[in-house]
Ligand binder design. Structure first.
Ligand code: BG6
Length: 513
């Protein structure tokens, strides 16, 4: 029989069948905590960007709820300025005018029955005048202490009642508790008031294009998955570094620390996506099941002193500027034990990953802002070259660059031109910027749209939240018992010495991206 290599032709692909993006249902998005930073820098601009991309229907309304005594126009001006300053897409007057028609503001406290009564009236008017059809999404961009009072008020005022033909959804932002126990307590409140399918937990990393690309890379290609296991991978490093300090957020950050702030959610979600098995399809249930399975198999090794590290940034110089140390930041007590750098090793007890450590690290005031997932491969079992020829040859690596320089790098050895068989590391790069003309939507654009569409795959379930706390809690307890302060590190460096020692004990060194 003659074998024939033929190009695969996809019979479904034609100019007409490109999938059209879905437009959100007519609906009102109510944002609590509308005067906060997240709302100004991310949520309002994302709403505008969605409108500008034609993904919001004419019957859309944006309702702000906060203590300020603002009229609708005052709030509209705030939205306008936030959009001008932070939106990703260009400002178009006609888009803004249309959005403006649906902007409302309700002033009041979370415990004010009267204010929630006015919110109900406002939503009723919008349903009639703008045709928002009783579809309401409540975005709680507020500290966790406000979740319960707001949700109870929504319930009390009938804003969480099931009305046939319409929906209501509630969106909550991390932190989902500060340990396993408090996460369960929070969930007990949430699930008393809302059904699981009405609750959208935001981990904004899941809305990033490059994070979703981890799944595309792994499961849309034949090239990588055969290598994606302990036969070939020696270890994995997941880094989320920021060059900024706490940026005036002492009230939120101190006492929480960076492990609770981003490790429990963003980094463990990256680990879950990089390590999980292939889901049957990308339905919410399938995806979440696979993530839960791998998180359930993950743990920090028992010797916590050996396999974790924490630090706090000291005063010093960064980028030619003198910067404060963490304990000198405004609002931070000068004896604070809150960590601004955290690192830990995670082992995964399953057939695919047994023996492959995953090293997670995150820190503020690092040399640069970078998030990446880097797989390092084992050395070839035999190198038929002289030791001198391969003196500069490292190991192969595949680096998924999540941000800011979005793309993928493959590092491998190549012959140096010349008469010798000298081999050195080179890299092959894919960059989003060079391969696609359109810029990536912001994570919050995708996530807000998914809330309005009722698309749950990118929102972690309570089970994932609990599994992540189960991994992190022993580390936090161990650190809390240590008598000493977190080790200081100079700003603009890759963290405390103890983090380097942690890897050195395993015979490795951190990447310096
Ligand atoms: C947030 C954290 O979740 O993520 C912040 O609370 C952090 O501390 C931020 O700065 C980083 O997000 P991004 O998208 O800029 O990496």
């Amino acid at each position: 029989m003659q074998s024939q290599q033929r190009a695969f032709v996809n019979p479904l692909r034609s100019a007409e069948d490109r999938r059209l993006p879905r437009i959100a249902d007519p609906s009102a998005l109510v944002i609590f905590g509308v005067t906060g930073d997240l709302s100004r820098k991310k949520l309002m601009p994302a709403v505008y960007d969605l409108a500008n991309r034609g993904l919001l229907p004419p019957g859309f309304a944006l309702v702000g709820f906060a203590r300020r005594e603002w009229a609708d126009q005052d709030f509209a001006r705030v939205v306008h300025d936030a959009v001008q300053e932070h939106a990703r897409t260009e400002f178009r007057e006609e888009v803004w005018e249309q959005l403006l028609e649906g902007i409302r503001f309700v002033s009041g406290d979370f415990d004010s029955d009267e204010a929630f009564g006015r919110l109900k009236t406002t939503l009723g008017e919008l349903d009639r005048e703008r045709g928002t059809c009783g579809n309401h999404a409540f975005y709680l961009s507020i500290p966790p202490s406000g979740f319960e009072p707001v949700m109870r008020q929504l319930k009390r005022h009938g804003l969480a009642e099931q009305v046939p033909g319409s929906w209501h959804r509630v969106v909550i932002e991390k932190p989902f508790g500060h340990d396993l126990e408090s996460a369960r307590e929070l969930d007990a409140v949430v699930s008393q008031l809302f059904k699981p399918q009405e609750v959208f937990r935001i981990d904004h990393y899941l809305g990033k294009e490059t994070v979703q690309n981890i799944l595309a890379m792994r499961f849309a290609n034949q090239l990588f998955e055969p290598l994606w296991n302990n036969n070939h991978v020696s270890h994995v490093e997941i880094t989320m570094a920021e060059d900024i300090g706490i940026a005036g957020r002492a009230g939120y950050f101190d006492g929480i620390g960076i492990a609770r702030d981003v490790m429990q959610n963003h980094l463990l979600q990256l680990l879950a996506l990089a390590a999980m098995e292939e889901p049957t399809n990308f339905d919410a249930a399938q995806l979440r099941t696979e993530k839960q399975k791998v998180l359930a198999a993950a743990r920090v090794p028992a010797d916590l002193a050996r396999h974790t590290a924490r630090g706090q940034y000291a005063p010093g110089w960064q980028g030619g500027k003198e910067v404060r140390g963490y304990r000198q930041e405004e609002g931070v007590p000068d004896d604070s034990r809150t960590e601004t750098f955290a690192a830990m090793r995670v082992d995964i007890d399953n057939r695919r990953w047994a023996g492959v450590p995953f090293y997670l690290r995150t820190g503020k005031r690092m040399p640069r802002r970078v998030t990446e997932v880097a797989l390092s491969f084992k050395r070839p079992p035999h190198l038929p070259f002289t030791a001198t020829d391969t003196a500069d040859l490292g190991t192969n690596a595949l680096v998924l660059r999540i941000q800011p320089d979005e793309g993928v790098t493959l590092r491998f050895g190549a012959k140096v031109p010349g008469t010798q068989m000298e081999i050195r590391d080179v890299s092959m790069d894919f960059g989003y910027g060079g391969s696609f003309t359109e810029s990536s939507p912001e994570a919050y654009e995708r996530l807000i749209l998914d809330v309005l569409l009722g698309e749950p795959p990118l929102f972690p379930l309570q089970e994932e939240v609990e599994l992540s706390w189960r991994i992190l809690d022993p580390v936090l307890e161990h650190w809390a018992e240590l008598p000493e302060q977190p080790e200081q590190y100079a700003p603009g460096t890759w963290g405390p010495r103890s983090a380097d020692e942690m890897l050195a004990r395993d015979g490795l060194a951190w990447r310096r991206p």
